[in-house]
Design a protein around this ligand. Structure first.
Ligand code: SF4
Length: 64
């Protein structure tokens, strides 16, 4: 089962992650990332990996 880790100190709030994987990421009131699931399903893991690649700050990691 995959999980997602976010280094919140790196997040500057571009929002790509929430657009690419809305089941995994949300943005808080200030526009910074929040992870909304603990363990990722298969499609969620694929979406989260795409989001990790898209994050300009490399703040996201998907771990198995
Ligand atoms: S794409 Fe990266 S920098 Fe942008 S909100 Fe998501 S984690 Fe933060």
């Amino acid at each position: 089962m995959s999980r997602v880790r976010v280094e919140s100190g790196k997040c500057v709030g571009h929002g790509q992650c929430a657009m690419m994987a809305p089941e995994v990421f949300d943005l808080d009131a200030d526009g910074y990332v929040q992870v909304v699931v603990e363990e990722l399903g298969e499609q969620q893991a694929l979406d989260a990996r795409d989001a990790a690649l898209a994050c300009p700050e490399q703040a996201i990691a998907v771990v198995d």
